[in-house]
Design a protein around this ligand. Structure first.
Ligand code: HEC
Length: 179
């Protein structure tokens, strides 16, 4: 019984780690022209959700990558998620390279961006340095229905990779290729 109560208390503590205000996501400006003006870093076929996730970065940050420097102040990363084209069996149809093909317009756009001084309002247990996160609807307005705590929680352990996934991998590839 005692153990049970302790477990509940621990759970409440984790749930209590809410972000204080909406000041974070509202700082992030949606780059309407990201698909043409940003640099595509790669795409991931998500078999779990039958979605294609494409990642883009602002050109200034990409140049910094190429120079072998860390992600600079003002870095903006965009993750665009769109449904894969499904076959009659309900599974994603693969192209000649074995990759998913787009089956519709993007439905979710997640962003992470960093600027000196950002993140100061984020509880220490969730903080990702200067990064803030935001979820947008395809029309470029903030999607308040998407909770942002999981974004911070899942990207936080990647501190050694500056809290990024695809971004870090591409940077290492560029370095290895001497570009
Ligand atoms: C359960 C873990 C998890 C959660 C929760 C999560 N992410 Fe991610 N995020 C990932 C992974 C893994 C990738 C790499 C792409 C992939 O494999 O799907 C990624 C990639 C990204 C990228 C592209 C940058 C890069 O370096 O890969 C952005 C931007 C991003 N996430 C934003 C968000 C936002 C905004 C939220 C919350 C709405 C969020 N993430 C929630 C795991 C997570």
């Amino acid at each position: 019984m005692r153990m049970h109560r302790m477990a509940l208390a621990a759970g409440a503590l984790v749930l209590g780690l809410a972000l204080p205000t909406l000041a974070g996501p509202e700082r992030i400006v949606f780059p309407k022209d990201y698909a043409s003006a940003y640099v595509p870093l790669g795409a991931v076929d998500r078999y779990d959700s039958k979605m294609i996730r494409s990642v883009f970065i602002n050109p200034e940050a990409y140049k910094s990558y190429q120079a072998g420097k860390p992600l600079p102040d003002g870095t903006v990363l965009v993750l665009e998620q769109r449904p894969a084209k499904l076959g009659a069996d309900g599974q994603p149809e693969l192209d000649a390279q074995g990759r998913f093909q787009p089956g519709g317009a993007p439905g979710f756009i997640g962003m992470q961006a960093k600027k000196a001084g950002w993140g100061a309002d984020v509880p220490a247990a969730l903080r990702n340095g200067d990064w803030e996160y935001a979820a947008f609807k395809p029309d470029g307005t903030l999607n308040p229905a998407v909770k942002l705590e999981p974004c911070f929680g899942c990207h936080q352990p990647r501190g050694a990779e500056d809290h990024t996934f695809i971004g870090w991998r591409v940077m290492n590839d560029l370095r290895a290729a001497g570009k």
